[in-house]
Design a protein around this ligand. Structure first.
Ligand code: C2E
Ligand code: MG
Ligand code: MG
Ligand code: MG
Length: 279
């Protein structure tokens, strides 16, 4: 019957697809309440200086502890939050939590090479919002020097409505925050962005790190990213480092920072501080 009615017909909507859509709808409804019910958290993952072995930065990653489904991955609910327009509220909350964690870290830290927190921002968060000014104001309200904050963006963001994105990114940068290009090498990697936008860090995507030990091409790619970054005055952070051997190869090619399960998984803020103290 479906065949008779042609290609664009609803019969292609299989029960499995229907189930998926329903799950999404139900998650979307729950997400509306997640904030007010305190179900969101941030976790921090250490970022280590590859030479000194010290934890010098941390990435803030949002977590949703759903009452029925347990931990829901941000890869799953961030896109929903974007579609529903909830991403601004969630993103502002994540930023403030991260900034407060950074203030705590600063208060506990003794060395003078301490330290930065990075926060992920999706392209949608830049649309119809005043990210630039409100975030700068927030940092000044809690007396956190903006140089302790790194904003992680992806290439897709730089592909958007450029003029507008430019102005907002510029505002964050002028205030003293730094910028990292996340998942580098997986998107368009149009090198012209590196010229136009003032980026401070390139994050070498996990997909190049995973097979570093066995695939000489991945080593070549990692090395090429590091060389280019350094020539442009940027630093590199490798993501998803799970083994000592991967770390050694990254050190050989001159990568600056490493992040991954080899050191620690993302963890709640209090655990992160306990982890630092135990080191
Ligand atoms: P990302 O920014 O590239 O974050 C790195 C992801 O890799 C995190 O997944 C982290 O837990 C995971 N990871 C770190 N080390 C390892 C490792 O050694 N092995 C493996 N297999 N994985 C590792 P997570 O926390 O599930 O986040 C997924 C993505 O969701 C993030 O990718 C980011 O794009 C997005 N995201 C997370 N938090 C936020 C947020 O607050 N706002 C926005 N807009 N996006 C977020
Ligand atoms: Mg990131
Ligand atoms: Mg990444
Ligand atoms: Mg990613």
């Amino acid at each position: 019957f479906a065949k008779e009615r042609g290609r664009n017909c609803f019969s292609f909507f299989t029960p499995a697809m229907q189930k998926q859509v329903q799950q999404r709808l139900s998650l979307a409804n729950d997400l509306r309440e997640a904030m007010s019910k305190d179900q969101l958290q941030i976790h921090l993952q250490p970022i280590v200086d590859i030479v000194s072995g010290q934890v010098v930065k941390a990435e803030a990653l949002v977590r949703w502890k759903h009452p029925k489904h347990g931990m829901v991955s941000p890869d799953k609910f961030i896109p929903i939050a974007e579609e529903m327009g909830l991403i601004h509220e969630i993103g502002d909350w994540v930023f403030r939590q991260a900034a407060e964690a950074m203030s705590l870290w600063l208060a506990k830290a003794t060395g003078n090479d301490c330290c930065q927190i990075s926060v992920n921002i999706s392209a949608r968060q830049f649309m119809h919002s005043d990210i630039g000014n409100s975030w700068v104001d927030y940092l000044s309200a809690i007396h956190l020097p903006p140089s302790h904050v790194v904003i992680e963006i992806t290439e897709s963001l730089l592909l958007g409505d450029e003029a507008d994105v430019m102005v907002k990114l510029q505002r964050l940068r002028e205030a003293g925050m730094q910028l990292a290009l996340d998942d580098f090498g997986t998107g368009y990697s149009a090198m012209s962005y590196l010229k136009k936008f003032n980026i401070d860090y390139l994050k070498i995507d996990r997909s190049f790190v995973r097979d570093l030990e066995s695939d000489p091409n991945d080593r070549a790619i990692a090395e090429a990213i590091v060389v280019m970054a350094h020539r442009l005055g940027l630093r590199t952070i490798a993501e998803g480092v799970e083994t000592e051997h991967q770390k050694d190869i990254l050190a050989q090619v001159g990568c600056d920072y490493v992040q991954g399960y080899l050191y620690a998984k993302p963890m709640p803020v209090e655990e992160f501080f306990a982890f630092l103290e135990a080191k």
